[in-house]
Design a protein around this ligand. Structure first.
Ligand code: SF4
Ligand code: MG
Length: 328
């Protein structure tokens, strides 16, 4: 149940906590080795904060982060070093994330220095190797970031993330800043590298059509909570949560004769510092019932591997029980 609250400071000294922004509010899930788990939701739903908290770039308020069986939640920066090599991040905006005064070679090499690889020749071999894998030439390595296009800069960001041979990569909107034609090149590259390095991805995106093609399982977030989690086929064919249904209804039809009604959400996304009572989606939900206003739904498994938090559904166990009762 990972949680990240940001205190909103106020008062004369600025030290009194007036309120808390529940950016990530009790999210719990597992990313399986070798898979690509997509996390979707509107901007401000806590996806990026969650990603940064999993990597401990932000310290969680409560909850646990387990990496390959090791609880890394309370490790010091020093003890985290061992895991940093194995857990990397690719950011949305390649330009903002690259130091404008550093040559590409230095940018890609830097993590190796931080991880204590002292042999300069060894670092050089590795930089060349990874540059080639992402499609950068040796000549390009001696240029500065501003000399590259958005797609090329994202290749540089990917090279830097890969240099330490990580196992797990969080990609936070890695193609959102790119033209559609470039997006698929970068995604194809990421997929090739996944095979090459046996990578596990947590792929954060607001774009449902991108995650549809790239991910194996998908989690939908709303106001800091995971509201649905399942494999992509069940999400796109039978989303359970009304919020997920409305997000999906805005996608273009896959065939012209597909029956699909667009569900238009009313109301704005409420502030995470003052979320609605009960189900936080209730003021915007087309299926809202009386119970939804006061009682928060729990995140349950409705069908095998298909989770949601919504009062419209019962857990698998309960379903089995009720079927048994009926047959008695
Ligand atoms: Fe809608 Fe109620 Fe389900 Fe929330 S719990 S999504 S308000 S039906
Ligand atoms: Mg974000």
């Amino acid at each position: 149940q990972l949680t990240k609250y940001f205190p909103q400071l106020g008062g004369i000294t600025g030290k009194k906590v007036l309120n808390e922004v529940k950016a990530v509010d009790g999210v719990s899930f597992t990313v399986n080795r070798g898979e690509t788990l997509g996390i979707v939701g509107e901007s401000g739903c806590g996806k990026s904060t969650m990603g940064r908290t999993i990597l401990k770039l932000l310290q969680p308020t409560s909850g646990e982060i387990i990496f390959e069986g090791n609880n890394i939640t309370n490790l010091s920066q020093k003890d985290m070093m061992k895991y940093r090599k194995e857990m990397q991040i690719i950011f949305q905006d390649p330009f903002a994330s690259l130091n404008p005064r550093m040559k590409i070679y230095q940018i890609i090499e830097e993590p190796l220095i931080n991880f204590g690889v002292k042999d300069k020749e060894q670092r050089k071999q590795r930089v060349y190797e990874v540059a080639e894998q992402v499609g950068l030439t040796k000549a390009q390595l001696h240029r500065l970031p501003h000399e590259f296009s958005g797609g090329q800069r994202q290749r540089i960001g990917i090279a830097r993330a890969l240099i330490s041979k990580p196992k797990f990569i969080i990609a936070d909107e890695p193609v959102s800043a790119l033209d559609v034609s470039i997006q698929s090149q970068v995604l194809n590259l990421m997929r090739d590298l996944q095979k090459e390095y046996d990578l596990t991805y947590l792929f954060i995106s607001h774009d449902l059509s991108v995650v549809k093609h790239f991910c194996d399982r998908i989690g939908v977030m709303y106001l800091g909570k995971m509201v649905e989690l399942t494999d992509k086929h069940s999400l796109y064919n039978k989303a359970l949560h009304p919020y997920a249904q409305s997000l999906l209804s805005s996608l273009p039809k896959s065939h012209p004769d597909e029956k699909k009604e667009r569900i238009v959400l009313t109301g704005d996304v409420p502030s995470p510092s003052n979320p609605p009572s009960g189900c936080t989606f209730h003021p915007r939900c087309f299926a809202c019932m009386e119970v939804c206003k006061s009682k928060e739904p729990t995140f349950i498994e409705v069908e095998n591997g298909h989770y949601t938090s919504c009062h419209l559904y019962h857990s698998v166990d309960q379903n089995i029980n009720s079927v048994e009762k009926e047959s008695v």
